[in-house]
Structure formats: structure tokens, C-alpha cells
Write a protein that binds this ligand. Structure first.
Ligand code: ATP
Length: 355
């Protein structure tokens, strides 16, 4: 869908926010948020509704002022710089296209208001429309486009300004699941090709995993964990991140020599937990299922429920109410007793202590 092409003057700028706080009345929308987005990185702010993602994005864009804290772009402080003067463009959830203007004019709008010469506007707009496979739609109006096409127009309109940093506020939330998956991959490819810094806001963990070089998981106005998707997924630091980023099994336990005691028996661990009572996590796809008792960390369990997921099955098992994911050729009917292996290297010790 995306034509191969680069920006005329790619500028590789990163972004740093330091100790940002923002309060609306009694609501602490942001509570001491610090993070650095590297130049040319696809960075995602991931978290549930109300955790402060959009507020942080608006502060970076200059559409909202922080109560305290500082923002730097490419080494220069931009904390008090007006939105218009920042080399930052935003693609909003609603796309915010002008209904009375053609697609061409929508994309040209920013350049026109900055008084660019007409031939430069035409060159830049045509290039962006071609790149995003919209060339044939330049004279249409926004009501004549599909959701995915509108989304690409919004991207073209932001990219035509050649920003250092592109902010994306849930730009795919209006698309159906199939189109969303397609646009996520396109967006990732586009970002790699242009080498721009992208900051995406989403509450969709799958989207964050697909798109990001790195992500920050947010909760209640704070950044809980930052890292590359695989590392955060494999090593969630607490039960919130473990649950938010996929379907983790969370197991309450008490520390004993060599491991932990759980409701369904002893589990050996690779290292010692920092707490006396707390939690370990294991991903459903990491639990091995078999007929033979494993040498270590074996649990005899009974399948209580089975959920078909296309390429895999989710099995629910007792004791422990564990979820196990198996490949779809391996159907195991409810009522069957099996051995589970929760290998020590697959068990993640979470930071949370028992309440
Ligand atoms: P969503 O995914 O639902 O968009 P979010 O993570 O982007 O959520 P924000 O929109 O940043 O969250 O809001 C963070 C908190 O600040 C919420 O509790 C919200 O109600 C509050 N808030 C945001 N903007 C304002 C405002 N202008 N006035 C009052 N409260 C606000």
C-alpha cells in the first residue's frame, strides 16, 4: 500500500520529558513522568483509559501546559514553546479532517497556512498522497472515503509538514479489527522507511506489541515499566503489567527454601523473591502440557474448559484456575487429567507483595 519514498530532509530528533506533573482539579493526570524517546524510534504509551496518555501527548504537542517538569526535543528545551513552533505534528483519534475541503486541500492546509509557494505545496502534497496510495482520491471529500483511507489522509496531512516527531493519538480506534491490523503494519513500515520519531498512544496491547520499538506502560498518571515489547512481555515487573500485556497466570505464593509454596504445591524458582508473600506469573503459552510427570514443578491438573482461538486452544485447568495455551492440533477435552510443567525459568517473580 505504501510507496517507497523518503522525506526530502529527514531530521532525526528524539524527545525527553522530565518530571512532568499535571493536575485537573483533584485528578492527578500525570504524576512525575520522565521518559526519553530516541531519535527515529517508534515509541508507544500504553495504558488503560484515564491513565494520562493523551494528557502527556497533548503536553508534548504544546496543546496543554504541564504544571511542572520540562520537555526537550533534539537537545533543545521546548517546555514553553507554543504548539505552532514545535516540530511536532499530531494525528488525532477522530482524524479531524475538514469536510468542506477535498482530500488534496486537507493535506495542503498546513502548508497553505504557512504561506508555502504553490508549486512547493503541489510537489509535497502529491508526494505524500502517492506514498500513502491516495493519489486517485485527491479530489474526493472525506465522506467519500473508507475508514482506512481517512486514516491515511490524516497521516498524509501530518507528514506533509515533515515533522521531527509524529504524535498518534489512538489513530486506529475507529477501524475494524482486520483493517486495524493492516494499518498497524503499514504504520510500522512507514515509520521505518521515513526514520521519523513516532509516539503512539493506545490502550490496545496487541497494537503496542506490533508497532513499537519500545513502549511505556502507564497507570494512574505514572510510568510503571518501559522497555522493548518482548522484554516487557517476558518480564513484567508487577501484576498490573503482567495482566495488561496479555493473559498471564498470576499465582499467589509464600516464600520457602528453594522456591515458593502455592495452593497447588511447591514450585522451584531460579532466584529468591524479594518478599515473604507475593506473586509469580507465567504466560499460558509457556506452560507445558503432557502425559508424564515432569521432573520439576509438575502439577496434576484437570481440564475444566476449552476455548478455541483459531491457531490455538485456551484450556482452563484446576487446581489453580490456570490458563494454558496449546496449538490447535492438540485438542484436549474437558474432564481429562494431564500433567503441567511450570518450568522455573518460565516463572516470573513479580514485585508486588501480598496486601
Ligand atoms: P483514554 O484512553 O480514555 O483517552 P487517557 O489515558 O488518554 O484515557 P487522559 O485523557 O490523559 O487519559 O486523562 C487522564 C485523567 O485526567 C483522567 O482522569 C481524565 O478524566 C482527566 N482529565 C483529562 N483532561 C481533563 C480536563 N481537561 N479536565 C479535567 N480532567 C481531565
Amino acid at each position: 500500500m505504501i510507496q517507497k519514498e523518503k522525506l526530502t530532509h529527514p531530521i532525526h530528533e528524539g524527545l525527553t520529558v522530565k518530571h512532568i506533573c499535571k493536575q485537573f482539579g483533584t485528578v492527578k493526570a500525570l504524576d512525575d513522568v520522565s521518559l526519553t524517546v530516541e531519535p527515529g524510534e517508534f515509541f508507544t504509551l500504553l495504558g488503560p483509559s484515564g491513565c494520562g496518555k493523551t494528557t502527556l501527548l497533548r503536553i508534548i504537542a504544546g496543546l496543554e501546559m504541564a504544571d511542572s517538569g520540562r520537555i526537550f526535543s533534539g537537545g533543545k528545551e521546548i517546555t514553553r514553546l507554543p504548539a505552532m513552533k514545535r516540530q511536532v505534528n499530531t494525528v488525532f483519534q477522530s482524524y479531524a479532517l475538514f469536510p468542506h475541503l477535498t482530500i488534496y486541500e486537507n493535506v495542503a492546509f498546513g502548508l497553505r497556512s504557512r504561506k508555502f509557494p504553490e508549486d512547493e505545496i503541489r510537489k509535497r502534497v502529491d508526494r505524500r498522497l502517492e506514498m500513502l496510495d491516495l493519489g486517485a482520491m485527491a479530489q474526493r471529500y472525506h465522506h467519500q472515503l473508507s475508514g482506512g483511507q481517512k486514516q491515511r489522509v490524516a497521516l498524509a496531512r501530518a507528514l506533509v509538514n515533515e515533522p521531527d516527531v509524529l504524535l498518534l493519538d489512538e489513530p486506529m480506534s475507529a477501524l475494524d479489527a482486520r483493517l486495524r491490523a493492516q494499518v498497524q503494519e503499514d504504520l510500522r513500515r512507514l515509520q521505518r522507511k521515513l526514520g521519523l520519531t513516532f509516539i503512539l498512544v493506545t490502550h490496545d496491547q496487541a497494537e503496542a506489541l506490533v508497532c513499537s520499538d519500545r513502549l511505556a506502560v502507564m497507570r494512574d498518571g505514572r510510568v510503571i515499566q518501559t522497555g522493548i515489547p518482548e522484554v516487557v512481555y517476558d518480564n513484567p515487573q508487577d501484576s498490573f503489567v503482567a495482566k495488561f500485556l496479555g493473559a498471564a497466570n498470576l499465582i499467589s505464593c509464600t516464600k520457602v527454601p528453594g522456591g515458593v509454596q502455592t495452593d497447588f504445591g511447591f514450585l522451584s524458582l531460579e532466584s529468591e523473591p524479594p518478599w515473604q508473600e507475593g506473586m509469580v506469573a507465567i504466560r499460558p503459552e509457556w506452560i507445558r502440557i503432557g502425559e508424564q510427570q515432569p521432573e520439576c514443578n509438575g502439577i496434576r491438573a484437570k481440564v475444566t474448559e476449552i476455548v478455541y482461538r483459531g491457531s490455538s486452544f485456551d484450556l482452563w485447568l484446576e487446581p489453580g484456575h490456570l490458563r494454558v495455551r496449546t496449538s490447535s492440533y492438540r485438542r484436549i477435552d474437558p474432564g481429562r487429567e494431564v500433567w503441567l510443567e511450570l518450568a522455573p525459568e518460565e516463572l516470573v517473580i513479580l514485585k508486588d507483595e501480598a496486601n
